[in-house]
Design a protein around this ligand. Sequence first.
Ligand code: KG4
Ligand code: ZN
Length: 337
Amino acid sequence: MTGDCALLAIETSCDETAAAVVVNGREVRSNVIASQVAAHRRFGGVVPEIASRRHLEAIVPVVEAALGEAGLGFKDLDGVAVTYGPGLAGALLVGLSYAKAVAYALRRPLIGVHHLLGHIYAAFLEYPGLELPAVCLVVSGGHTHLIYLRDHVRRRILGSSRDDAAGEAFDKVARALGLGYPGGPHLERLAAAGDPHALHFPRAWLEEGSFDFSFSGVKTAVLNYLKQQSGEEEGRLADIAAGFQAAVVEVLVTKTVRAAKEYGVKTILAVGGVAANTALRRALAAGAEEEGLMALFPRPAFCTDNAAMIGCAAYYQYLRRDFAPLSLDACPNLPLR
Ligand code: KG4
Ligand code: ZN
């Protein structure tokens, strides 16, 4: 494979065991995901101990499937990329230990990838010609950040959630509404049947000019409303879901568009699990268009956790020879710099 760079990418930071083969940072030869959702559902959230065990059972077959689908063997790989944080310690360790063993055995470089950088690079998988600078909204189950991406090395975090991540708020409200786990997609479906203007829930704008977010207020407002209204008919629940979603989306869109204008960029990216949300995608696309900007989103399967995005982010590190030592440790709270 002269000139080409084939990376095996592994992602086990939460409840998906994922492996992918990505060539030259763009060509997704395979993208395999073993979801553990069913194992955690009856607990209403991810149980770390169960996640680690499931990763351990799944990692070998998932990697074999990824190589098989790509039509490559271990020897064809130019490097091994792996998420080393942030995430659940025991879950990260499974992917990391496996990746280290493969890198050591093959004598190929190990590339440690930040999970959120992976989410950001999902946009480059979707739009191979994408150019920076851009402003990127990262909205996942554990994180909410607004980031100015100047180039592939320099970036600046403009704002973050001060309390619940956007996805966390979706999941908690969904749970209170009696919806299944994980709540975001269920809440989106219920909201589609409701009127987003029927109920008004608070928007936390914070200090003037701030790009930070806060979603615990709107979440609590919904929970309090539900308590007062016990015995509600079904239709009202859809209005509650729609009202909550509208409040979250309005703040996300307003701040993201304002950041893009302030930093003089033409391109807005929205990535992470919550970026799979249709209401957010529509509102951000419309808000951007009003200002003559372009909002881009990875397809939903690249928004939620996957290993292809890790392989794409790793490619840029590979080009810079930003390799990790085999002593690389899992970093559950790895900050994004
Ligand atoms: O990025 P992700 O797959 O995992 C983390 O890194 O956290 O994000 C998962 C989060 C969950 O909170 C899930 O409920 C939310 O993304 N999510 C959604 C939708 N799809 C996934 N939230 C709202 N609407 C959706 N369609
Ligand atoms: Zn994620």
